[in-house]
Design a protein around this ligand. Sequence first.
Ligand code: NAI
Ligand code: MG
Length: 363
Amino acid sequence: TVRNLFLLPGDGIGPEAMAEVRKIIAYLNEAKGTGFVLDEGLVGGVAYDAHGSAVSEEDMAKALAADAVLFGAVGGPKWDAVPYEVRPEAGLLRLRKDLKLFANLRPAICYPALAAASSLKPELVEGLDILIVRELTGGVYFGEPKEIIDLGNGQKRGIDTQVYDTYEIERIAGVAFELARTRQNRVCSMEKRNVMKSGVLWNQVVTETHKAKYSDVQLEHMLADAGGMQLVRQPKQFDVIVTDNLFGDMLSDVAAMLTGSLGMLPSASLGAPDAKTGKRKALYEPVHGSAPDIAGKGIANPIAMIASFAMCLRYSFNLVTEADNLEKAIANVLDKGIRTGDIMAEGCKQVGTVEMGEAILAE
Ligand code: NAI
Ligand code: MG
C-alpha cells in the first residue's frame, strides 16, 4: 500500500514539532511497512515570504490529492503587518474550506501522569478520555445576514445569524455516532433547543439519524450550558460530545484545560467521504499555535503534533494498533517523568523537543 501524506510544517515551532513526527513515520515505514510517502509544502508566513501568498495553488492541489495532511502551525509577529488576504491564518482557512472539513475532532485526554497539572482535582480527570465533535463549517460563524448596520439614531446593530440545514446536522451526527462505535459507544448531543430554533432542529435531526442508522449507540441530549457545567463537574461521564460550531468552540477549549498544557492537545478535521473512493479528506494539527516566544529554542513540546499523527493513523488509515502503540508510548514517557518545560513538574526530568521525540520513538 502507498499512503500519501502531505506535510505543511508552517511557522515557529511547527517545523520543530514536525521533525519529530518524521522520525516516527520513518520508523513505521521501516519496521512496520506502512508505506507512507511524504511530500512537503509551505504554508503561512514562510509561504508568504517565498511567494507572497499564504498557500500556493500548487500546494493546495497537493493537499487535495493527498490521503491526509499534517499541519504544524502558522503565524508570528514577523507577519503581523502583511495584507489581510495573505496573512498566515488565511492558509489554514483556505485548506479547511477547499478540503470541506466540516467535522472538527478535539480529544481531551488526561494522561494519569499529568492529572495533578489539571485545573480540576486529579481524581476528577485522571484517565479522562472525551472526544468533542464540533461542526466546523456552518452555524453562526458563517450564516447570513452577517453585518453591522447603522440605525441612524446614534445606534448600530451587530447581526450574526445561526443557520443549520438538515444535511449539515445529519453528517456531523453521523461522524459522532461512527466514532462512538470505536470507543465507549456513547454520544451526548448538545444544543439550546429551549431558546433556539436551530437547536430544536439539531435535536430532531440527531434523534432521527440515531433512530435510522445508529440505534446501537447510546444517545443522550443535554442543553449546552448544562453541558458546560457538567464538563467541569463530572467530566468522566462523557464519551463523545457532538455540538455546533459556536458551542463546540467554547466547550472544546474548556475541555482542553481539564487536561493540562496546550502543548499536549491534538486535533483532526474531517471532510465528506469521496463519492468514488469513500475516503474522507482530513487534516491533522496540534491545537497550539506557532509559539513565537519559544520558537527556535528547541524546547517546544512535540506531543500535540505527535498525538495528531496518532489520530491520523487511526482515522485516515485505520492503523489502529499503530495509533494505540503511539499513544501508549506517549503515556509511558510521561510515566517515566520525562517532560518538556511546559509540563515540567517536581522530581521530573526536563528535556527539549528532540529528546522528547526520541524518548517516544524509543518507547
Ligand atoms: P500559541 O499556542 O502559539 O502559544 C500560547 C502559549 O503556549 C505560548 O506561551 C507558547 O509558548 C505556549 N505553547 C504553545 N504550544 C506549545 C508547545 N507545543 N510547547 C510548549 N509551549 C507551547 O498561541 P499564541 O501565542 O496566541 O499565538 C502565536 C501565533 O500563533 C500567532 O501568530 C497566532 O495567530 C498563531 N496561531 C496559530 C494557530 C494555528 O496555526 N492553528 C492556532 C493559534 C494561534
Ligand atoms: Mg477556540
